[in-house]
Write a protein that binds this ligand. Sequence first.
Ligand code: C5P
Length: 225
Amino acid sequence: FTPKTLAGQHVVVSAGPTFEAIDPVRGLTNLSSGKMGFAIARAAHEAGAHVTLVAGPVALPTPRGVGRINVKSALNMQRTLQVLAQTASVFVSAAAVADWRPVSAAEQKIKKDGSGSVPALNFVENPDILAGIAAQPRAVARQLFCVGFAAESQDLQAQAQVKRVRKGVPLLVGNIGPDTFGQDENALLLVDEQGTTELPRAHKLHLARQLVAEIAQRLPVGSVA
Ligand code: C5P
């Protein structure tokens, strides 16, 4: 039995990596498995929320009862999330968004020309999707509660607090441990204005349920989507 702490809420979760095209058959991505975001989507549904999962390219089944939109690039993910953020009441940004993308993708497959020369790749920075959404009036007014993630390799507590303020979110979740990517277990550090709470090492679904309960506690009393 799960208490329906998120009944009436519309929860949007981003998950997985993004894929930044180089040409029609090649691109850049990262090792995010999407497992944490998918677990959060499942836990939010169990807690009674209407859940939309915005997923980068991952090979995970959609949790039962959850709506899923597949995206590829960071720009693609941003467009989708910006629309959903207009009606959502909670946004959990668990996706590992690529920091950079190639300036432009070649329309045709880049071919070897036989001379041994290699193509040059030029990059441009991707927008910070979470910071952009957290700066929107609905988020500033706490009608949309935004939650960020951080994977820091050192000094997690201080770095997570800095990141929380920089992104403008009330709650930031730090992944404890160097290599949580692809693992079934994780440990989390929750950082908010009050301080930090540690969720000890456990299966990602267990952590997701705890995180959902923590989010529910922080929503404005009597709020519904
Ligand atoms: O800055 P950093 O990538 O460490 O921040 C991680 C958090 O910001 C995650 O919640 C991630 O989903 C989000 N993010 C984003 N857009 C980016 C980079 C990160 O929304 N371009």
